[in-house]
Structure formats: structure tokens, C-alpha cells
Design a protein around this ligand. Sequence first.
Ligand code: AMP
Ligand code: TRP
Length: 334
Amino acid sequence: MSRIFSGVQPTGDLHLGNYLGAIRNWVRLQDDYECLFCVVDMHAITVWQEPDNLLANTREVTAALLASGIDPKKNIVFNQSRVSGHAQLAWIFNCVARMGWLNRMTQFKEKAGKQKENASIGLFAYPCLMAADILLYQATHVPVGEDQKQHLELTRDIAHKFNSDFKKVIFPIVKPLIFGTGTRVMSLRDGTKKMSKSDPSDLSRINMADDASIITKKFRKAKSDTDVLPDSQDGFKGRPEAANLMNIYAALSDTDIEEVCQQYGAEQFSAFKKELADLAVAKLSPIQDEMRRLMADTEYVDSVLSQGADRAQALAEPVLEEVCATIGFLRSRA
Ligand code: AMP
Ligand code: TRP
């Protein structure tokens, strides 16, 4: 069976983009693949995290995964820092990847911005850790949102270079799984920018923890334009906000975007936004209720992560063993 690995960072609030672009797809894949879902706390610390927040967010993200329908018995759900192989293989990949490859990563440029000299080395090397996450388990498929495509290309380059440097095929060339209408959910305040945890405006995103009245308010205040809604996708040109809101509707209702255009074309934004808010509340509230229940049961959430880590460790060990032997590291005990 093919193996899936994917990760989410425990940084700040999870939002609708994380849910529609990633988590919801993970739920759908769990029946067809052997899956590892990882809360990547080591990626989180590439930028400063308050320790108490990191801990709380690790549990919250885990609760969100479980509440969304990920079955921790069928899949391996764990936090990254518990399995030391991630750090070990990441170091090896730091020595395989080239500066030039990492210099091309757009996410680093976006995150470091003008403060490049002041960014952590971890932020620069982030994609090598991501490659290690995936390849430590020889995963073959990686479901992500569109923003991670470039990192997966780098993962393929690293696997290829390692295999050819050492003349041994250890790592698979991974396939990205980017599907569904929610692969790129945009900000509610600017339809040209990705919905993101790091946007300073909370109005720009629907957080998984927002209640019905906040969700309704955020959609009501979402940026729009003065025209009525288009009746086909051709009408999205120059209208990123209309495209985004209709796309979110399509993703939440599991319909085709063209169908949403036919249904709501020529309507006013105000009426559509109300329908969209009601739909979002209906879809998210059962998940939110379950999330709240799980967050009150820290013991259970912690036990899921710890058992997941044991299972992940068992899969990682033979791969790391083979990698170390291949490189020429003396490892086994005398
Ligand atoms: P992160 O929050 O950066 O750890 O992202 C976790 C997952 O959510 C990744 O698979 C991302 O590709 C996905 N994701 C993040 N933001 C968005 C967005 N605005 N639209 C769609 N997917 C997203
Ligand atoms: N970099 C991913 C993000 O920010 C999270 C991530 C870390 C990941 N390791 C991964 C995703 C491995 C897929 C596979 O969204």
C-alpha cells in the first residue's frame, strides 16, 4: 500500500484554509492509504513561539484533526519532536541540498521578508526538515495545499540526489496530492493574498475556533466589489474576492464552482454572504463542538500523540538504520 505523510504547524489558530486545503482531504484519504499525520512542532520554532502557546497549540491542532474525523487508531497521529529521526535525517539532508536550491524557496523569502539577515537558520533550512519528515517513512504521497508545492519539488530533488550520490534507491520520489476546490483559500480582506495564520488582521480569516456570530460577522465584512455576482467563472477576471467567496462556498458544499455561479449569478454580495455564513456555521459547528470536548480531555489527546509517536518511531528506525549504514556512519552497538 502507498504511504501518506502530511504535517501541520502548531502555530496560532487553525483556519478555514488549513481545513479545506489540507485536513479535510486527509480525512478522505485515510481509507485508501496508510497515513501518518504529524503536528510539526519543530517547524513551528523556526520563528519564535512562546513555550506555553506552543504546548497549547500542539494539543489544539491535534484536537482539530481528531474532531475533523481523523481516526487515531487507523492512522498515526503524533508530534514531530518526539521522534528524533526527523532531526537526524534533516541534518543529513542539510548536507545533500544545495544553497542554490534553498535560495529559490519563495516561502522563505515571504517569511523572512526584509529581515533576511535576522531570520533563523532553521527558517532557511525548513524545507530540508520537511523532506526528512516525509522520507523518514519512505512516504510516497503527500496531501497539501498549493503553497507547499515548491517544498515538495525540493523533497523530490533531495531524494533523487541522495539516491544517485550513494548509488542506492532508498528514497521514493514523492507525489504531491493537491486536490479539491479548497487548495488555495484566500484572505477575506484581500482576494489576492492567501488566508494565513500570520495575517495581522483577524478579519482576514475564519478560524476553526470562531463561533457562529463571529463567522457571520467576518463574512459580512469580507471585502467585495460593487457588481452583482458573476454567473460563470469567466466573470472572475479582476474580481478576486468574488472568486474566493464563491470558491469557499463550492468547497464547503462539495459542489463545482460553475454550479455555484449558476445558482448565485446576478445576486447581490450581501445575500450571498449570508448564505455562505450559514453554510460555514453548519459545516464547522459539529467539528467545533467535538474540538471543545477533546480540548477539555488533555489526557486523551496526549495519549494519542504519545502512542502515535511510538508507532512512528518503529517505522522510522529501520529506514534510519539503512541511511546511516549507506552513508558510512558507525552505529550499531559493539
Ligand atoms: P500550515 O498552517 O502552514 O502548517 O499549513 C498546513 C496545511 O494547510 C498545508 O497543507 C497548507 O498547504 C494548507 N494551507 C495553509 N493555508 C492554506 C490556504 N490559505 N488555502 C489552502 N490550503 C492552505
Ligand atoms: N511546511 C508545511 C506547511 O507549512 C507543514 C509540513 C511540515 C508538512 N512537514 C511536512 C507538510 C511534511 C507535508 C509533509 O504547511
